[in-house]
Design a protein around this ligand. Structure first.
Ligand code: ADP
Ligand code: MG
Length: 703
């Protein structure tokens, strides 16, 4: 016989074809099993009854037990308004109804007592409640409620109009449970339930819908969240295992003279974190397996040095390395810095970008093909077809989220004899651990969690438009001291004309306030040709311009140590992670630096909170965690293109980090003993992973 969970939901008493089609279109519920996996997002405690006098309109739900003392029906047709006054021993309040007024007026007879449940609000200075739910009062002794806590399910206007109200939903769930619970099969092996102290699935499903009490609810929620995150991690870690066994990598046992020469000549000691990360990379490169490592490090944490030393490890083993940046400006800057580090090593290094001329290009292509160029720095021009490497052993990708999957696979094909190069992806966008584990669950992650000594904190200030004159004076003072200033405008949508108008208007204003010949203002944005961009950037970098007005093109990596002020216009339009990136443009020199966030006139409470947080902390990971909590993972910068690999039904990456870590460790533990999940006791797991949702589109494959 068919599993009852697969029964079409329309056959559930109280549903039928019309409601079934609503459930399908509004909630993606087709079967009884789907219905049982639609979980409440909130619970109401029906056992607690408030006194009217104690109620405040704080936005939370209340329940009162009141006697109807007066009714008044006003208005006509569909503009009717029913006002009902109820009272308890402490006071009275008004209930208001706009729909089904006749029916409700008949039910709420004067002198009768009901339970009313709803959200109080204030109208004309008086407390009232609009369209509360109405229930018969609890009878003495035996409560006529299925449980103390009642689940509230996601709902839509269409559902409510179609008769599927909250109460109906509870009834359907109850029927579904009675009908199908014996057919719910346990998804986790016995031993996991035992070791992890989790309740059985049947218990969890029953209690997530109809908790017998708070403890039962907590147990049910924990079990379902744990399972969801565990299966996700299990599928990710399993993929990683399969890949790491399948992918052979170039074995690089040597350190090499070039590495040592560079290391000895360093003008500073590496931080502990830099040393640790280089060790991790070296051990990957020696292992015989292809390295696939994500290196996270806050802005200014010294990732470039790690890239250089890793590249030299490859060179020390007779291979070549490439370092790719997302923009030409950055590639050029990397080239200048890195050439300096390489001077004592004698390793040949070149720059290849889109604007490299044909004449310049020829010897570079030749040098890459014959192996005389050891390290090449560039943009994605590097992975285009005409570029042939003699022996590419390592690819470093700076600011990973700007590289598409397709570009990565082209890079992959540049290895010799079909052996892929080792890959190191560097990002300054701090990805919270929980998210990294999920998005990059099959990559290894290294973190530089220590800043080079001597970095001064950046003072962050939040101001309104009205404070602009004060800001301009402050900028003039800084410029008088010989410092430089960045001014950044949001450019959220590359093509949006509005944004360019803002930028241009801003530029006009700055040029007027900071006139020639005393002040020089440069401007950089995405619609300029790369020559014009370079001209302006260079002028600012070389100190010939005092102010650089720009869009976020300066976001990543640009290094002008003499710039001490960054002004961010319409700061509320940026995400925290992006603001943090921008702030990292200053504070690179020895002078005290400032980040001024200018907010627009209308700022939501939430934006205000985010901006205040920016002022309060400089820790990129804390900000990223906070961003995740406030905006949800879908909005998190750098993940927009990829999104989450699967929809989570009950767990939350922002709130269930602890459970996620535990589930991750446990998944690793199980797979280390049984990598293919072929043990009999793990059969249920293998079965679960075969389901569509765990066949994850692999966004994070960089190779
Ligand atoms: P990011 O991680 O943002 O790419 P960079 O590699 O550009 O950071 O380094 C930022 C600055 O810190 C550079 O000027 C670099 O020379 C300097 N730096 C890097 N490592 C150290 C260190 N161990 N001690 C002192 N300064 C360092
Ligand atoms: Mg960098």
């Amino acid at each position: 016989m068919k599993n009852k969970l697969e029964t079409d939901v329309q056959f559930l008493p109280g549903v039928g074809p019309r409601r079934a089609s609503l459930l399908r279109s509004e909630l993606e519920v087709s079967t009884i099993g789907d219905l049982l996996h639609l979980f409440p997002f909130r619970y109401i405690d029906r056992s607690s009854i408030q006194k009217i006098a104690d109620i405040r309109s704080t936005g939370s739900y209340v329940q009162i037990l009141g006697e109807v003392t007066a009714l008044e029906l006003t208005g006509q047709g569909n503009r009717q308004r029913l006002s009902v006054i109820v009272r308890d021993s402490s006071g009275e309040m008004e209930l208001v109804f706009f729909k089904a007024t006749k029916y409700i007026a008949e039910r709420l007879r004067k002198g009768s007592v009901f339970l009313f449940f709803g959200k109080p609000s204030t109208f004309n200075g008086k407390l009232n409640m609009v369209h509360p739910e109405i229930d018969a009062p609890p009878s003495e002794g035996a409560a006529n409620y299925p449980g103390v806590l009642t689940g509230v399910y996601p709902s839509t206007e269409k559902l409510r109009n179609g008769g599927i109200t909250g109460k109906v939903m509870n009834r359907l769930m109850s029927a579904a449970i009675e009908y199908a619970i014996p057919d719910i099969a346990e998804t986790l092996p016995e031993y996991i339930l035992r070791e992890k102290g989790l309740p059985p699935l049947r218990y969890a499903i029953r209690n997530i819908h109809f908790p017998s009490d708070q403890t039962a609810l907590a147990k049910a929620q924990y079990r379902l969240k744990w399972e969801e995150l565990f299966l996700l991690q299990l599928s990710l870690v399993k993929q990683k295992y399969i890949r790491s066994r399948a992918s052979t990598g170039i074995v690089m046992p040597n350190v090499g003279e070039a590495f040592n020469a560079c290391y000895k000549a360093l003008p500073y000691d590496l931080t502990g974190a830099q040393k640790r990360v280089i060790k991790e990379i070296r051990s990957d490169m020696m292992s015989g397996r292809q390295m696939n490592r994500l290196l996270q490090g806050d802005v200014g944490s010294g990732k470039t040095m790690v890239a250089v030393l890793s590249a030299l490890l490859a060179v020390g083993n007779g291979a070549q390395a490439c370092i790719m940046a997302p923009t030409e400006v950055l590639a050029r800057q990397h080239y200048l810095n890195i050439s300096r580090y390489l001077a004592p090593t004698g390793v040949a290094c070149s720059l290849l970008i889109g604007s490299t001329t044909k004449a310049e290009r020829k010897p570079i292509l030749k040098g890459l093909e014959d192996g005389s160029i050891g390290i090449i720095i560039g943009t994605h021009a590097l992975i285009e077809d005409p570029v042939i490497f003699r022996n590419l052993g390592l690819a470093v990708i700076d600011e990973q989220h700007r590289f598409g999957v397709e570009q990565r696979s082209r890079l992959w094909a540049k290895g010799r004899d079909g052996i892929p190069p080792h890959v190191l992806v560097m990002t300054a966008t701090p990805i919270p651990r929980t998210l990294a584990m999920t998005l990059y669950g099959d990559l290894d992650v290294s973190v530089i969690d220590e800043m080079p000594p001597g970095r001064k904190p950046v003072k962050t200030i939040l101001i309104g438009e009205g404070k602009k004159p004060v800001l301009y004076n402050f900028m003039k003072n800084q410029i008088a001291k010989g410092r430089q200033v960045f001014i950044v405008y949001p450019l959220i949508f590359e093509s949006e004309k509005m944004d360019y108008r803002n930028l241009e208007a801003g530029y006009e204003e700055i040029v007027t306030r900071f006139p020639l010949p005393q002040y020089k203002v440069a401007i950089v944005h995405g619609q300029q040709t790369s020559e014009v961009k370079k001209l302006n950037m260079d002028a600012f970098a070389a100190g010939r311009a005092d102010i650089l007005v720009s869009t976020t093109v300066i976001e990543v990596g640009v290094d002008v140590p003499n710039a001490t002020v960054i002004v961010i216009e319409s700061a509320e339009r940026f995400g925290l992670a992006q603001l943090h990136q921008l702030r990292g443009r200053v504070g690179r020199g020895s002078d005290e630096s400032f980040c001024v966030l200018v907010h627009g006139n209308k700022v939501s409470k939430e934006s205000q909170k985010r901006l205040e947080l920016m002022c309060a902390t400089e820790n990129g990971f804390d900000l990223a965690e906070e961003d995740l909590k406030m905006r949800g993972p879908g909005d998190l910068e750098g993940t927009q293109q990829s999104g989450l690999p699967i929809d989570l039904k009950i767990a939350s990456l922002s709130h269930d980090g602890q459970i996620l870590s535990d589930a991750r460790l446990y998944a690793e533990h199980i797979l280390s003993a049984d990598p293919t999940l072929s043990a009999t006791e793990n059969a249920p797991l293998l079965n679960e992973l075969r389901k569509d949702k765990y066949i994850i589109r692999d966004f994070s494959v960089i190779s």
